[in-house]
Design a protein around this ligand. Structure first.
Ligand SMILES: *[C@@H]1O[C@H](CO)[C@@H](O)[C@H](O)[C@H]1NC(C)=O
Ligand SMILES: *[C@@H]1O[C@H](CO)[C@@H](O)[C@H](O)[C@H]1NC(C)=O
Ligand SMILES: *[C@@H]1O[C@H](CO)[C@@H](O)[C@H](O)[C@H]1NC(C)=O
Ligand SMILES: *[C@@H]1O[C@H](CO)[C@@H](O)[C@H](O)[C@H]1NC(C)=O
Ligand SMILES: *[C@@H]1O[C@H](CO)[C@@H](O)[C@H](O)[C@H]1NC(C)=O
Ligand SMILES: *[C@@H]1O[C@H](CO)[C@@H](O)[C@H](O)[C@H]1NC(C)=O
Ligand SMILES: *[C@@H]1O[C@H](CO)[C@@H](O)[C@H](O)[C@H]1NC(C)=O
Length: 403
């Protein structure tokens, strides 16, 4: 009997092993590795071990499966390089960060992905439990962590995930290339500080589509070195809108070049589409930025270039102007309502006026106290107007085309 058993086992083994190796990739289930999923025990180490096993073991593509359940997880760094493509499948799972800031004394991100090629994250809710940290009672000087951070990640896809109540930015992506983000949901309350939805910088080729972002800060923000970015069908609000910048605060900032924002809706945001740079700034360039088919629904500053961006107003009045050069920017087919009178504001640098700014088919109406028409204001720019632009471009501003 023993012999027979072993023979059958051996036959099965011979037939099945090649199939497993070729078709069925390694799947590491965190539950079978000991995750408690009780929402109280720290499962971070188990998830990390599962990652390490999937990343380095067997025959790729491999995956880490996080089954439905609630997992408390202390900060995790999932690093590569891995043997091949790797996927995290977390549909139905909720990962919760510890609420206490002191746990993040030595790390600036809750969940970090570092140095990975061909990563897929599919599904899952990432709850930063940031409520206490926004009020900053517990540890006023503590740095607050990003919810999910990506650094040196290439050829990757992030889809169907939800990020809620991050302590700081929800998603931050840097030093990466070729990333697709689709069907993600982000939410944090309107009054949560610095909870930007997606912050991107030093990155080439990112597409963000079909997503909903409600936060207390920028919906999507583009830092220096953002190149070849496409955003399509994203709904923002509440929050501060879609922002290029702020730029010019630090030395050696890289150019921002090639951003297309299409088919987006902004609802109840402080700003709509914005490019911002600091006065008396360091120098860099912003070019080839296009905003098209945007709906503004009760937005504070629907269209705004602000080269005197200075939150807290700590900058010298009348000091040197921004050294960030803005050129080749278009605003096309933008309509809706503004809650401030100046619905269209192009405040460009006196020292480096904006060049080649196009305004085409714009219809913004003022909806706020006092009523009346919306107005525009332009400084140091002479926009090219195409089709009908309401409010008429720069009716209330001064035009100084200084080239
Ligand atoms: C989008 O993601 C949600 C989970 O957040 C999922 O339920 C839904 O099926 C996804 N939609 C598409 C079109 O993939
Ligand atoms: C996730 O998104 C893809 C589209 O990219 C969709 O086909 C799939 O059904 C979604 N998965 C889940 C589990 O929602
Ligand atoms: C983004 O979309 C553009 C145009 O559809 C495409 O050429 C490019 O390959 C896409 N990039 C990624 C990372 O999906
Ligand atoms: C736009 O995104 C929303 C939210 O994810 C989705 O429900 C809708 O189907 C998308 N529209 C198109 C045309 O893809
Ligand atoms: C973009 O908007 C156009 C016109 O409203 C619509 O036909 C198209 O489906 C939209 N595309 C996406 C991806 O939402
Ligand atoms: C702006 O566009 C023009 C063509 O329309 C091009 O010649 C020029 O190089 C562009 N400038 C920048 C800085 O991209
Ligand atoms: C602009 O929008 C308002 C309000 O929706 C509308 O009454 C008006 O006809 C529009 N104007 C143009 C030029 O499309």
């Amino acid at each position: 009997m023993g012999n027979h058993f072993w023979t059958r086992r051996a036959v099965c083994f011979l037939f099945i092993m090649p199939l497993i190796a070729g078709i069925n990739a390694v799947v590491v289930n965190v539950k079978t590795k000991g995750a408690k999923a009780d929402g109280k025990t720290d499962d971070g180490q188990v998830i990390l071990n599962a990652w390490k096993e999937a990343c380095s073991g067997g025959s790729p593509p491999s995956s880490v499966l996080i089954p439905p359940g609630t997992y408390l997880a202390f900060p995790i760094l999932m690093g590569g390089p891995c043997k091949g493509p790797i996927e995290i499948k977390a549909t139905g799972a909720t990962l919760k960060a510890p609420p206490e800031l002191k746990i993040f004394k030595t790390v600036n991100t809750w969940i970090t992905f570092l140095n990975i090629d061909r990563l897929t994250i599919n599904g899952g809710t990432f709850d930063g439990q940031g409520h206490d940290s926004w009020r900053n009672k517990e540890c006023p000087r503590c740095q607050r962590p990003v919810n999910i951070g990506f650094s040196s990640v290439r050829n990757s896809l992030i889809k169907n995930i939800t990020s809620v109540s991050s302590k700081y930015f929800h998603l931050a992506i840097g030093d990466s290339r070729n990333i697709r983000i689709e069907n993600i949901t982000i939410h944090a309350p309107e009054n949560s500080r610095n909870t930007d939805g997606i912050h991107i910088g030093r990155i080439n080729d990112v597409n963000i589509t079909n997503s909903i972002i409600k936060t207390g800060d920028d919906c999507i923000s583009f830092g220096d070195g953002s190149k070849n970015i496409r955003v399509e069908n994203v709904t923002c609000g509440p929050g501060h809108g879609i922002s290029v910048g702020s730029l010019g605060k630090y030395p050696n900032e890289r150019p921002v070049q090639g951003i297309w924002i299409k088919n987006c809706t902004l609802t109840g945001t402080q700003n709509g589409v914005r490019i911002k740079s600091w006065p008396d700034s360091t120098s860099t360039t912003v070019s080839d930025i296009h905003f098209e088919d945007i709906v503004m629904d009760r937005v504070g500053n629907p269209i705004i270039i602000d080269q005197e961006y200075c939150p807290g107003h700590t900058c010298k009045k009348g000091g040197p102007s921004s050294r960030v050069k803005i050129s080749n920017v278009s605003f096309r087919r933008i309509r809706g309502t503004s809650t401030t009178k100046v619905a269209l504001k192009l405040a460009c640098s006196a020292g480096l006026p904006c060049e080649n700014i196009e305004l085409a088919d714009i219809n913004l109406t003022y909806q706020g106290p006092g009523g009346g028409p919306a107005t525009s204001k332009c400084d140091n720019v002479k926009p090219n107007v195409v089709g009908q632009v309401v409010p008429a471009a720069c009716s209330g501003g001064s035009v100084h085309p200084r080239i």
